[in-house]
Design a protein around this ligand. Structure first.
Ligand code: ADP
Ligand code: ZN
Length: 522
């Protein structure tokens, strides 16, 4: 039998294993089951590719990423590994060819889309071939409480029932403690050894700033800290991707746009340029990035709020894979909270789906509004304890907190009065105008200058009030109605604030977060 190390050297051309790769590989070669939690880019693929080559039979890899299968197979064939895939994009004839190769024992690795396994003929095919192992990639997709649940994954418990003697390895880069437990249970991995790598990416500097003028803020980040650097800018919508890319280009920055609505050839070409050329800025929706292996991405910027901490971690994790300093920068504002809540309300999902989506959003908001170290909070989310990092915005410029109870009471009582006295609901902008005592046309039209709360908030600025609303929303002390207009409504917890039985601590937004370069230059 060839040794794992010689396969690593001869086939893949590397001279040593990274992290726990050798332990994982030995465990699997010995016939054990494994659950592997390893950050993106740490080298999960070799953990099943090498055992598949060392053991006899074909290694079956279950992956939801159909679009990447061709690339994965090409890369393996390029180093002499016999690989193929089966998924819904193939013709009957192509599938038949692959199936023949499986039965003839001519393959080392077979990539399968999860739904293929539910097809009786596929299961029968695997019965006829000696199997080296099953690898379940993106294993968090089996967790209903995870952020990327795929119903097809539930049927993967059959692997254990139908082929109890074939070792299984489940791999994921994103798993909270709860997801981790759910993967173990659903995939029947009770006896599996768990290999959990550190999720820390010490070279990434995490920064979350209040969104005021996003384009200006982004340009400043790129010019002062990342001139000429390659990076990714994530936007929520296709329209904002195109707008942002065009704007960056008009400022002389080589920016490309990438989203699922663009023609396939254009996407392939943009991706190739991003990988090959230096200093390209890719402006994209989250459709971009999965499976992209570019070591020198120096920054990942988010112009809109990610839907979950898992998503944020995965997207920011594409920065600094070469281990050199990189920036993860997110601009986040009141409108993001309102918009995300509306997206959840309007989604087609059932009540359970909406509860999950809300819980994910709440965790993301808690990360945004924390006054503690971002890294401690982020790693804590993945069940890993750590101490303040000294290299995130809250460590570098500790935000002050202040007693926002009175401000919250002023705001909440305005919302109450509008509803009780006038049966009206308004969005944050108008409520803030009332607090500031602004006689806008709308205020005059509704006679809101007669409300007793008119002008009682003049001690804070418009910007500061927006921060108050944002944080009350994040803390669940205020909510957005599901009427589609972003109007504000009270929650059960609001009453405690209004009655004075609950105090409210708020974070004071720093005027401007000092950057490394600016501090040096100052
Ligand atoms: P993941 O699936 O965990 O995101 P990959 O398996 O795609 O990561 O590996 C990321 C990169 O690291 C790939 O380019 C891979 O070839 C490289 N790599 C993995 N293991 C090693 C190793 N032991 N030595 C050198 N490079 C490695
Ligand atoms: Zn920190």
């Amino acid at each position: 039998m060839t040794s794992p190390l010689s396969v690593l050297e001869k086939t893949f051309g590397y001279d040593s294993f990274r992290g726990q790769q050798d332990e994982i590989i030995d465990h699997l070669v010995g016939g054990g089951d494994a659950l592997v939690l390893m950050p993106t880019g740490a080298g999960k693929s070799l953990c099943y590719q090498i055992p598949a080559l060392v053991r006899s039979g074909v290694g079956v890899v279950i992956s939801p990423l159909i679009a990447l299968m061709q690339d994965q197979v090409d890369a393996l064939e390029a180093v002499g590994v016999r690989a193929a895939f089966l998924n819904s994009t193939q013709s009957q004839a192509e599938r038949a060819r692959v199936e023949q190769a499986v039965v003839a024992g001519e393959l080392d690795l077979l990539y399968l889309a999860p739904e293929r396994l539910s097809v009786a003929s596929t299961a029968a095919l695997l019965d006829r071939a000696p199997l080296a192992l099953f690898a379940i990639d993106e294993a968090h997709c089996v967790a209903q409480w995870g952020h990327d649940f795929r119903p097809d994954y539930l049927s993967l418990s059959m692997l254990h029932e139908r082929w109890p003697d074939v070792p299984r390895i489940a791999l994921t880069a994103t798993a909270t403690r709860a997801t981790h437990a759910e993967i173990t249970q659903r995939l029947r991995l009770d006896g599996a050894r768990h290999f959990v790598s550190s999720f820390d990416r010490p070279d990434i500097q995490y920064r979350i700033v209040p969104k005021t003028q996003p384009m200006t803020q982004l340009l400043e980040l790129l010019r002062t800290e990342h001139p000429g650097d390659a990076g990714i800018v994530y936007c929520l919508s296709r329209a904002s991707v195109e707008r942002t890319a065009a704007e960056l280009r008009s400022h002389g920055i080589p920016a490309l746009a990438y989203h699922a609505g663009l023609p396939a050839e254009e996407r392939v070409a943009s991706q190739a340029r991003f990988l090959r050329e230096d200093g390209i800025v890719m402006v994209a929706t989250i459709a971009f990035g999965m499976g992209i292996d570019k070591p020198d991405v120096r920054f990942v910027a988010h112009l809109d709020l990610p839907k979950s901490v898992e998503g944020y971690y995965q997207e920011t994790g594409r920065a600094g894979r070469d281990g050199l300093p990189a920036t993860a920068w997110l601009a986040y504002g009141l409108q993001d909270v309102v918009q995300q809540r509306q997206l959840i309300d309007r989604s087609e999902g059932d009540a359970a789906f909406k509860r999950r989506a809300s819980a994910h959003l709440d965790a993301m908001l808690a990360l945004c509004e924390t006054i503690e170290c971002r890294r401690v909070q982020l790693l804590g989310y993945f069940g890993q304890e750590s101490t303040a990092c000294g290299n995130c915005d809250t460590c570098l410029t500790p935000p002050e907190s202040w007693d926002g109870t009175v401000a919250a009471q002023k705001l909440l009582s305005t919302v109450v009065r509008l509803w009780r006295e006038r049966h009206q609901r308004f969005g944050a902008g108008h409520v803030i105008d009332i607090l500031l005592g602004k006689r806008t046309p709308r205020v005059e039209q509704h006679g809101h200058d007669a409300l007793t709360t008119f002008g009682i908030g003049a001690d804070l600025s418009d910007q500061q009030w927006r921060a108050v609303v944002r944080q009350l929303l994040a803390q669940g002390l205020l909510a957005v109605a599901s009427d589609g207009y972003g109007t504000l409504v009270l929650t059960d917890a609001s009453a405690e604030v209004l009655s004075g039985s609950r105090t409210v601590r708020l974070r004071r937004d720093p005027e401007r977060t000092a950057t490394r370069r600016q501090r040096r230059g100052a």
